[in-house]
Structure formats: structure tokens, C-alpha cells
Write a protein that binds this ligand. Structure first.
Ligand SMILES: Nc1ncnc2c1ncn2[C@@H]1O[C@H](COP(=O)(O)OP(=O)(O)O)[C@@H](O)[C@H]1O
Ligand SMILES: [Mg+2]
Length: 261
């Protein structure tokens, strides 16, 4: 049975798309069969793996709106980076609006679509937008694991706590989910084991350990301009600078949270 890993956080800009794209690519490099489903109007993963513009009817919007009547298998595209991608479109808001009007079973629309292709993949990654809405729930329902990237600051922590609570509330309906909070964009001076415990960031990190307790992933991803440069070049970090610290950390994260399961 394939693993389904969803990335979420009610806050934008925490690194959901970056970690989703880079982890999916790292896992695909091991030879695993990987599908990435992009649910975001920013189309970050779509442009990285597929490039170019596409019509809404060629994207996940069609499968969610059922207009035209399309299913996931009609929308899957092969990326030249070794994984399959279901692209998103800038008009994702239309799909959210449509989902909200469905009377029965609106939480399970994406799951039902995923079940149609699930046997063809070992891992399915879902990138979701910085919102908590019908789309977020649709990403959570099929997920076997939910990864919540966060930066080390109070606003991000507060949104991460809100996101965890949203998931815990939903669990009453959908059953338990494994939730992991991943610190992203950590100041590299604090890695590894730097003497940062008395600094402001050090105190916040300590607070994160207390707040998120067993859910906090031990591997933090450093802030690195390599991440931004790689994306601007249309590459993952592993493609751009395979030996960089950040690429190494992403491989460790993949091993610990995805492949090691
Ligand atoms: N570890 C990192 N180091 C440096 N920049 C990063 C890192 N992770 C993400 N970024 C940058 O931060 C911005 C927001 O990341 P993104 O993945 O789009 O966030 P989200 O999908 O949560 O909105 C992007 O410009 C991205 O390149
Ligand atoms: Mg994003």
C-alpha cells in the first residue's frame, strides 16, 4: 500500500512546496514510483517539474470540479525529473468553491480520485496551500502522514499550533494521522549543535520542542540561498548542489520521515 504524504500549514511561505518538491524528487531518485499532486494556486511544484502554462481543464481543478468530467489518471503527467505530477492551476479557488457546495462526501473527493491510481505508486506527495479549508481536508483524508513545515518565529509557531489543532479536531471524523512538524529555514549558524541555546532563536527552538513535543522532527532544514537559486534555475536542490548541507539534510529528512517508515 502506498504512503501518502501531505504538506500543510495555515501559513504561507513556510516551505511546504519546497520540501514537497525536494522530498518527492529525493524519493524518486531511489527508484521508487512517485506521484506528486499539486493543490496550490502558486503552482510551485507544477512549474518546477512540468514548466509552462496549462489550461485549468488539464489540471487537478478538473478532477475536483468534475468539469469537464476528468479523473486523476487523465491528468497525470510524466516529469523529466523521474516522477509523475498532477498539475495545479492558478484558479484553484474555483475548485475550493465547488467543493464547499457539495452536500455529501466533500472531504473525500481527492481520496476517491487517488484510489484510482494508488496501486501504481509507492509514494504520493500532496502539496497544499497556506489555508485551512475544504482543500486542506481533502489533502488530509488520504494522507498516511502530514508534514507541517515551520520557521522559527512566533507567527509561524502560532499558525503551526492552529494547524495541528485543526488536524486533531478533524481526527475525530477521519481517524488518527501521523503529524510531523519540520523546522525549515533554520539559521545555519545553529547547525549542528552550535552554541545558540541562549540566543532568541535558540529559545524559540526550545519552545518548539516543548510545544510540539513528540511531533517535532529531529532533522531541521537550514536556510540556504541554494534552495532559491535551484528553484530559479528550474532544479531541485539535489540537482543543483548535491553535496550542499541543505541537500544532505533533505536526503536525511526523506530517509527519516518517508523511506525509513
Ligand atoms: N530551506 C530554505 N532555505 C532558503 N529558502 C527557502 C527554504 N525553504 C523555502 N525557501 C524559500 O522560501 C520561499 C517560500 O517557500 P515555499 O516552499 O514556496 O513556501 P510555501 O509553499 O509554504 O508557501 C520560497 O522563495 C523558497 O524558495
Ligand atoms: Mg506553496
Amino acid at each position: 500500500m502506498s504512503q501518502v504524504i501531505a504538506f500543510t500549514n495555515s501559513k504561507g511561505g513556510t516551505g511546504k512546496s519546497t520540501l514537497c518538491a525536494n522530498l518527492a524528487h529525493t524519493v524518486a531518485e531511489t527508484g521508487a514510483r512517485v506521484l506528486l499532486i499539486d493543490l496550490t494556486p502558486q503552482v510551485t511544484c507544477t512549474s518546477l517539474f512540468l514548466g509552462g502554462d496549462m489550461e485549468a481543464e488539464e489540471t487537478i481543478v478538473a478532477a475536483l470540479k468534475k468539469k469537464p468530467e476528468k479523473h486523476l489518471e487523465d491528468l497525470v503527467r510524466e516529469s523529466d525529473k523521474g516522477l509523475d505530477v498532477v498539475p495545479a492551476h492558478t484558479t484553484m479557488a474555483d475548485a475550493v468553491l465547488h467543493l464547499s457546495t457539495i452536500q455529501l462526501g466533500k472531504e473525500g473527493v481527492l481520496k476517491r480520485e487517488i484510489e484510482r491510481v494508488r496501486s501504481q505508486y509507492d509514494y504520493i506527495f500532496i502539496d497544499s496551500p497556506g489555508d485551512l479549508n475544504e482543500l486542506t481536508v481533502n489533502a488530509m483524508v488520504p494522507a498516511t502522514k502530514i508534514l507541517i513545515p515551520t520557521r522559527i518565529n512566533r507567527t509561524d509557531f502560532s499558525c503551526t499550533e492552529t494547524t495541528v489543532k485543526f488536524i486533531r479536531d478533524a481526527e475525530e471524523l477521519i481517524g488518527p494521522r501521523t503529524v510531523r512538524v519540520v523546522v525549515n529555514m533554520l539559521d545555519p549558524r545553529y547547525l549542528p549543535n552550535g552554541s545558540w541555546h541562549n540566543s532568541h532563536a535558540g529559545r524559540l527552538y526550545h519552545q518548539a520542542q516543548e510545544t510540539f513535543n513528540g511531533s517535532l522532527c529531529a532533522i531541521a532544514i537550514p536556510d540556504s540561498s541554494d534552495v532559491r537559486t535551484a528553484f530559479d534555475r528550474g532544479q531541485t536542490v539535489g540537482e543543483y548542489r548535491r553535496q550542499s548541507v541543505v541537500a544532505q539534510r533533505i536526503r536525511e529528512l526523506a530517509q527519516c520521515e518517508v523511506l525509513g517508515e
